[in-house]
Design a protein around this ligand. Structure first.
Ligand code: GAL
Length: 204
Protein backbone atom coordinates (compact mmCIF):
# COMPACT_ATOMS: atom_id res chain seq x y z
CA UNK A 1 0.00 0.00 0.00
CA UNK A 2 1.47 3.37 -0.91
CA UNK A 3 1.38 5.80 1.96
CA UNK A 4 -1.38 8.37 1.87
CA UNK A 5 0.94 10.95 3.17
CA UNK A 6 4.62 11.02 2.37
CA UNK A 7 7.06 12.98 4.37
CA UNK A 8 10.63 13.83 3.66
CA UNK A 9 12.92 15.33 6.16
CA UNK A 10 16.44 16.61 5.70
CA UNK A 11 18.29 17.16 8.93
CA UNK A 12 21.21 19.55 8.97
CA UNK A 13 21.32 20.02 5.22
CA UNK A 14 24.32 21.67 3.72
CA UNK A 15 23.52 25.25 2.90
CA UNK A 16 22.66 26.53 0.40
CA UNK A 17 20.46 23.58 0.00
CA UNK A 18 18.58 22.82 -3.13
CA UNK A 19 16.22 19.96 -3.21
CA UNK A 20 15.21 19.17 -6.72
CA UNK A 21 11.93 17.34 -6.84
CA UNK A 22 12.32 16.19 -10.42
CA UNK A 23 12.19 12.45 -10.51
CA UNK A 24 11.31 10.17 -13.37
CA UNK A 25 7.85 11.58 -13.64
CA UNK A 26 8.89 15.11 -12.74
CA UNK A 27 7.08 15.56 -9.46
CA UNK A 28 6.93 19.21 -8.65
CA UNK A 29 5.38 21.42 -6.06
CA UNK A 30 1.64 21.16 -5.83
CA UNK A 31 -1.29 22.09 -3.74
CA UNK A 32 -1.20 20.42 -0.40
CA UNK A 33 2.54 20.40 -0.07
CA UNK A 34 3.66 21.62 3.28
CA UNK A 35 7.25 22.68 3.69
CA UNK A 36 8.68 23.36 7.12
CA UNK A 37 12.05 24.97 7.65
CA UNK A 38 13.75 25.07 11.03
CA UNK A 39 16.76 27.29 11.26
CA UNK A 40 18.38 30.41 12.54
CA UNK A 41 19.58 33.70 11.12
CA UNK A 42 23.26 34.21 11.84
CA UNK A 43 24.16 37.39 9.98
CA UNK A 44 27.19 35.69 8.50
CA UNK A 45 26.37 36.86 5.02
CA UNK A 46 24.96 40.28 5.48
CA UNK A 47 21.52 41.22 6.59
CA UNK A 48 19.24 38.96 4.56
CA UNK A 49 18.30 35.42 3.92
CA UNK A 50 15.86 33.88 1.50
CA UNK A 51 13.87 30.77 0.82
CA UNK A 52 13.25 30.35 -2.90
CA UNK A 53 10.71 28.12 -4.58
CA UNK A 54 12.13 28.03 -8.04
CA UNK A 55 12.40 26.28 -11.37
CA UNK A 56 15.68 24.56 -11.96
CA UNK A 57 19.01 25.46 -10.53
CA UNK A 58 19.53 28.86 -12.02
CA UNK A 59 17.85 31.68 -10.17
CA UNK A 60 16.09 33.01 -13.25
CA UNK A 61 12.67 31.68 -12.39
CA UNK A 62 11.60 31.94 -8.79
CA UNK A 63 7.91 31.47 -8.15
CA UNK A 64 8.19 32.60 -4.55
CA UNK A 65 11.11 34.45 -3.03
CA UNK A 66 10.64 34.83 0.73
CA UNK A 67 13.28 37.25 1.89
CA UNK A 68 13.53 38.46 5.49
CA UNK A 69 15.73 41.52 5.81
CA UNK A 70 17.32 42.68 9.02
CA UNK A 71 17.53 46.27 7.89
CA UNK A 72 15.97 49.24 9.60
CA UNK A 73 13.18 47.91 11.77
CA UNK A 74 13.19 44.71 9.74
CA UNK A 75 10.80 43.56 7.05
CA UNK A 76 10.15 40.70 4.68
CA UNK A 77 10.20 41.06 0.91
CA UNK A 78 8.31 38.61 -1.26
CA UNK A 79 8.53 38.53 -5.00
CA UNK A 80 8.54 36.42 -8.14
CA UNK A 81 11.27 36.35 -10.74
CA UNK A 82 10.45 35.32 -14.30
CA UNK A 83 13.08 34.89 -16.97
CA UNK A 84 15.49 36.84 -14.85
CA UNK A 85 13.17 39.75 -14.12
CA UNK A 86 11.80 40.54 -10.71
CA UNK A 87 8.15 41.45 -10.46
CA UNK A 88 6.56 43.87 -8.06
CA UNK A 89 7.64 43.37 -4.49
CA UNK A 90 5.21 42.65 -1.72
CA UNK A 91 6.61 43.87 1.57
CA UNK A 92 5.50 43.00 5.03
CA UNK A 93 6.90 45.66 7.31
CA UNK A 94 7.53 43.27 10.12
CA UNK A 95 10.35 40.85 10.74
CA UNK A 96 9.40 38.06 13.13
CA UNK A 97 12.92 36.64 13.03
CA UNK A 98 15.65 37.41 15.50
CA UNK A 99 19.33 36.89 15.12
CA UNK A 100 20.54 33.79 16.91
CA UNK A 101 17.06 32.64 17.89
CA UNK A 102 15.82 29.46 16.19
CA UNK A 103 12.80 29.87 13.95
CA UNK A 104 10.34 27.64 12.20
CA UNK A 105 8.77 28.74 8.93
CA UNK A 106 6.02 26.73 7.35
CA UNK A 107 4.82 27.16 3.80
CA UNK A 108 1.51 25.61 2.89
CA UNK A 109 0.77 25.50 -0.82
CA UNK A 110 -2.88 26.26 -1.35
CA UNK A 111 -4.87 26.66 -4.56
CA UNK A 112 -4.36 30.36 -4.90
CA UNK A 113 -1.53 31.17 -2.54
CA UNK A 114 1.30 30.19 -0.27
CA UNK A 115 0.32 30.48 3.37
CA UNK A 116 3.29 31.30 5.52
CA UNK A 117 3.50 30.77 9.25
CA UNK A 118 6.42 31.76 11.40
CA UNK A 119 6.86 30.04 14.72
CA UNK A 120 3.36 28.65 14.45
CA UNK A 121 1.68 32.00 13.85
CA UNK A 122 0.09 33.13 10.60
CA UNK A 123 2.49 35.59 9.04
CA UNK A 124 1.42 36.28 5.47
CA UNK A 125 -0.02 34.96 2.25
CA UNK A 126 1.49 35.21 -1.18
CA UNK A 127 -0.81 34.79 -4.16
CA UNK A 128 0.60 32.55 -6.88
CA UNK A 129 1.86 34.52 -9.85
CA UNK A 130 3.06 31.46 -11.74
CA UNK A 131 1.69 27.92 -11.59
CA UNK A 132 3.17 26.09 -8.63
CA UNK A 133 3.85 23.01 -10.71
CA UNK A 134 6.74 24.92 -12.27
CA UNK A 135 8.53 24.74 -8.94
CA UNK A 136 10.90 21.81 -8.76
CA UNK A 137 13.61 23.22 -6.53
CA UNK A 138 13.75 24.78 -3.10
CA UNK A 139 16.84 26.78 -2.30
CA UNK A 140 18.13 28.79 0.62
CA UNK A 141 20.45 31.72 0.37
CA UNK A 142 22.09 34.22 2.65
CA UNK A 143 22.97 34.08 6.30
CA UNK A 144 20.73 31.28 7.31
CA UNK A 145 21.58 28.15 9.24
CA UNK A 146 19.04 25.49 8.41
CA UNK A 147 18.67 22.69 10.88
CA UNK A 148 15.86 20.80 9.23
CA UNK A 149 13.66 20.92 6.17
CA UNK A 150 10.54 18.80 6.05
CA UNK A 151 8.38 18.37 3.01
CA UNK A 152 5.04 16.82 3.56
CA UNK A 153 2.96 15.75 0.65
CA UNK A 154 -0.68 15.10 1.21
CA UNK A 155 -0.81 13.23 -2.09
CA UNK A 156 0.56 9.75 -2.41
CA UNK A 157 3.83 9.93 -4.29
CA UNK A 158 6.41 7.27 -3.59
CA UNK A 159 9.13 8.76 -1.45
CA UNK A 160 11.87 7.10 -3.47
CA UNK A 161 10.82 8.99 -6.54
CA UNK A 162 10.77 12.35 -4.84
CA UNK A 163 14.01 11.81 -3.07
CA UNK A 164 15.76 10.54 -6.15
CA UNK A 165 17.39 13.83 -6.89
CA UNK A 166 18.72 15.67 -3.95
CA UNK A 167 21.27 18.27 -4.67
CA UNK A 168 23.00 20.47 -2.25
CA UNK A 169 26.05 22.57 -2.02
CA UNK A 170 28.57 22.70 0.74
CA UNK A 171 28.82 26.44 0.62
CA UNK A 172 27.68 29.16 -1.71
CA UNK A 173 31.28 30.34 -1.69
CA UNK A 174 32.50 27.07 -3.10
CA UNK A 175 33.40 26.33 -6.64
CA UNK A 176 30.94 24.68 -9.03
CA UNK A 177 32.82 21.44 -8.60
CA UNK A 178 31.88 21.29 -4.95
CA UNK A 179 28.35 20.15 -5.66
CA UNK A 180 27.55 17.33 -3.33
CA UNK A 181 25.13 15.95 -0.84
CA UNK A 182 26.54 15.11 2.51
CA UNK A 183 24.96 14.88 5.90
CA UNK A 184 26.49 17.06 8.55
CA UNK A 185 26.91 16.52 12.26
CA UNK A 186 23.95 17.70 14.30
CA UNK A 187 24.64 21.38 14.57
CA UNK A 188 23.55 24.47 12.83
CA UNK A 189 25.19 25.12 9.52
CA UNK A 190 26.03 28.49 8.30
CA UNK A 191 25.90 29.94 4.85
CA UNK A 192 28.90 32.00 4.03
CA UNK A 193 28.47 33.50 0.61
CA UNK A 194 26.92 36.52 -0.92
CA UNK A 195 23.17 36.04 -0.89
CA UNK A 196 22.79 37.74 -4.22
CA UNK A 197 24.15 34.99 -6.40
CA UNK A 198 24.42 31.85 -4.37
CA UNK A 199 23.41 29.19 -6.79
CA UNK A 200 24.38 30.41 -10.18
CA UNK A 201 27.79 28.82 -10.32
CA UNK A 202 26.95 25.31 -9.21
CA UNK A 203 23.75 25.25 -11.15
CA UNK A 204 25.00 26.55 -14.44
C1 GAL B 1 16.35 42.87 -5.03
C2 GAL B 1 17.39 41.98 -4.41
C3 GAL B 1 17.09 40.53 -4.72
C4 GAL B 1 15.65 40.22 -4.33
C5 GAL B 1 14.72 41.22 -4.93
C6 GAL B 1 13.28 40.97 -4.53
O1 GAL B 1 16.57 44.21 -4.69
O2 GAL B 1 18.66 42.29 -4.94
O3 GAL B 1 17.97 39.68 -4.04
O4 GAL B 1 15.53 40.19 -2.92
O5 GAL B 1 15.08 42.52 -4.54
O6 GAL B 1 12.44 41.93 -5.09
Amino acid sequence: MPPICDQLSFVNPVIPFSRNTQGGDRPTLRYGHHITVKGMFLQSCGTRFAVNFQTGFSDNDIAFHFNPRFEGDGYVVCNTKQKGWWGTEERKMENPFQMGIPFEISFLVENSEFKVKVNGKDFMKYTHRVPVHRVDTISFTGGVAVKQISIKDTCAVPVQRIISEVQSYSSPCDSPESKEWKPKPPSYLQATAAPSNPLSAPMA
